[in-house]
Ligand binder design. Sequence first.
Ligand SMILES: Cc1cc2nc3c(=O)[nH]c(=O)nc-3n(C[C@H](O)[C@H](O)[C@H](O)COP(=O)(O)O)c2cc1C
Length: 167
Amino acid sequence: MTDISIGKAQRLTAPCPFALLTTLRDDGGTNVMAVSWWSYLSNHPPTLGACLSNKGLSGELIRKNGEFALCIPGEELRDAALRCGQCSGRTVDKAAEFGIPLEDAAQIAPKVVAGCRVVFECRLVDTKEVGDHTIYIAEPLAIRGDESVRALFAFDGYARLGSVTEC
Ligand SMILES: Cc1cc2nc3c(=O)[nH]c(=O)nc-3n(C[C@H](O)[C@H](O)[C@H](O)COP(=O)(O)O)c2cc1C
């Protein structure tokens, strides 16, 4: 073994989880962001965390509105989902521009991505700033799933998305 950078470690620990995180925009629309740094944090009570850069729009919108959805998209959104991680909702309406299908959520104001393997509709319960990121700690108000949809995972330091064959 040799000493490696944090970026190299992130490449070596792929595949990483992947989600599209949706938030309510100021114009009433829905912003969509690519997120790999999300995790289950507790089972009792069910709690999730998403770790977002302090520079992006999504964190600002979560702090303002207290809600977001974590949507685990299927393979047909591979290219569009990657593009949601390459530009900010500050300048682009990503759902419209990249053809991300949205539908109404059951419990929260932002829409959710349609056709997902899993969707978590989340209410913010706490935040913890860690260096240049903030962890948004949330309670899922609704969880829905469709086992027939194959999830996407992040590879190569988040440069590539792909599915994984079940072993
Ligand atoms: C595969 C992939 C995974 C990403 N994961 C994260 C992440 O976990 N946290 C983060 O802050 N940014 C992550 N990003 C980068 C954001 O999606 C990107 O900065 C985006 O422009 C933020 O959008 P927003 O300003 O609309 O919130 C990821 C990008 C890609 C392509």
